[in-house]
Each structure stands twice: as C-alpha cells, then as structure tokens.
Design a protein around this ligand. Sequence first.
Ligand code: GLN
Length: 385
Amino acid sequence: MINYTPIIHSKLPNTGTTIFTVMSALAREHNAINLSQGFPDFEPPARLITAVSKAMRQGNNQYAPMAGNILLRERIAEKINANYGLSVNPETDITITAGGTQAIFTAILATVREDEEVILFAPAYDSYAPAIELAGGKAIFYDMEAPEYRVDWQKVKRLINQRTRMIIINNPHNPTGGILTAEDMSELEKLVHRTDIILLSDEVYEHIVFDGIQHQSVLRYPRLAERSFVVFSFGKIYHCTGWKVGYCVAPQPLMQEFRKVHQYNVFSVSSPVQAAFAEIIADKDWFEELGAFYEEKRNFFRQAISSSRFKLLPCSGAYFQLAAYSRISDERDVEFVVRLTKEKGVAAIPVSVFYRSHVDQSIIRFCFAKEEDTLKRAAERLLKV
Ligand code: GLN
C-alpha cells in the first residue's frame, strides 16, 4: 500500500503518453484495423531470421562492442560510399543504436545545453521536443502547412540566432510523406555555412522514396555531412521495428560526444541481431526494391480509398498517407481519430499533435505498411465514413 508519494517536479510537465502508444492501445481495445502506429503487419525476410538464430547458435550472445559490431559498421560504410559517395570511417564515424529514437535522443543529449535552441519543422516527430527539453534546451517550431508542407528557408533564417545549436530535419518526412529536394539541401547549406550549428538528420525512411525521386541524404552533401548526425533504422528497412536496431553516422568529433552518452545509456545493442544485419546488408537489391515495394502499397491504398470522402494529400516517401476529412466532420482531429477507431474500426494518427501550437487542419495519418488484404479491409470501412 502507498502511504506517501515523494514530491516530484516533472521534468516534462507538458508531455503525455506518445500518440503511437495511445492509438495502438485504442485499436487493440476496439479490435480496429491499426493504421495508426507505423509498423508493418508482414514479416522480415526469412534469411534475416535464419541469420539471427544462426548467430545465436554460434555463440554470438555476449556484449557487442560499445560502438557496434565492426563488420556491420564496415558494411554500412561501404553502403554509404556506394549510395552517397561519402567516405566514412567505420571505426570512428558509425555507432549502432537501439533504434532511431535512441540515436536521436543521444545526439541531442550529447550536444544541446541549457538554454540553447533547436529548430524543428512541424509537424515534427514527437520524440524530438521532449529530448531537447530534457537537455535543458528550447524547441523552436517552424510550422509547415498542408498540403505541400514546404519550407521557406528565408523564414527559417529569421529563427536563427546566437543560441541556435541545432536544426533537425526529417527526410523522407514522418508524418507528411514529404521529401526534401536538392534545392532545399542547397538552401540549408547556405543557412548553416560558417556557423556552429549542428544538423540532426532523421533519415529512417531512407530508400522509401517514390516516383523515381532520388533520396537527398545529407551524406550526399559534404558541407552538411561535416556537421551532421544522420540517423537510420534497420527496423524500417527490414520490416522488423520490434528489434529496435538502427545506427547513427557523424564525423568523429561529433561521434566522440555521442558515444560518451551512448556508452552509459544503452552501452551496446543486441549482438546476434547485429551479426545478422552484417550478413545480409551486402544485398543491394533489397534496398533498390524497397521503394517500389512501398510505392505499390501507396498506390493500392490511394486507389482503394479514392472514392471515399477523404481528400488525399501528396505522398512522395515514407509509409504514411495523409488524408483531410473536412468533408466528413468538423471535429478536432484528436476526437475524429478516436471516433474513427471506435465506431468505424480503423485507427489513424491525428496530425495536430506534431505541432507545438496544435495546428489542426483536419488531417490524419494512415500507415500503409500493411498486407494488401489489410489495406483492402481498411478501405472498405473508410469508404463508409
Ligand atoms: N515511428 C513510428 C510512427 O511514426 C512510431 C514509433 C513509436 O511508436 N515509437 O508511427
């Protein structure tokens, strides 16, 4: 029995439970088709699972090196070189992390100080701002607007001052499915040139880019790469979000600071899983086919709900489709998704939660990383809304 609760002044007084946990729980409770939290409902490649169990049977069961399995890091360096033409040192510039979120958190905690500012582009993935606040920093939101969610870099420039420590970009973008163009990257380059601003580039949906567009990784731009933490995720790329393995790439002086935090937070990441990724990552076809694989799902889902009353926004990457519901209801988006889940049996994510100012444009996010049958069943329900 509890008879006394110590007084705690919350370090995150304005933070509740992440929307992904809330909506997945609601979907389970109401037996709804879960298109809310982003994860595939299909399995990782069988050869990957075989490689993990082989690694376990061969005794790969103790701590991996703090920075990660060196063979895996070497393969990642080769992949970066082949895709983006950048030479990175696997010893010093790559760290394997417990997923993208941990890499993001670690990069922020390692570099942002009390009262420093970090510029975010809203709708912004929900883990960024709490990480900044825990570090004592301040999140400065640049609000992007539907339907294009473009960035006016001249306006971003006005947000920069002496206290600006970091800019966080997310490309391909969650939740909008937008992508940054080569022009955006060159504007960004100009903006940070001759400053000490660090970039954090969340590229966990690397390879999931559609319509023949080329992914503009910051690693293609040496003048951006020299000041960037770039975050990647194996979960997104190999359909295994539950394994929680990703990696961070940064030049040595930045990575050195990153590892000071990483070593005392997670220390190191699952060794059999790293060994397995090291084995299969050399298969380039997988990455080359991934965009087309998800493009087909995007097209299928868009087509399936095209005659609904939802208005579909453009989607160029990641595995999310935004839909405006103003023809259906004038409810707030957080209320609309609850009703959609309970009464219509499809769970989605409200986009307003990704804005500090809760900009509500009556837009929700559906995840289409699902079997065609799941998308079909969800579409049948959405057509009745
Ligand atoms: N990245 C996933 C999404 O956007 C959620 C990850 C999580 O639940 N923490 O849906």
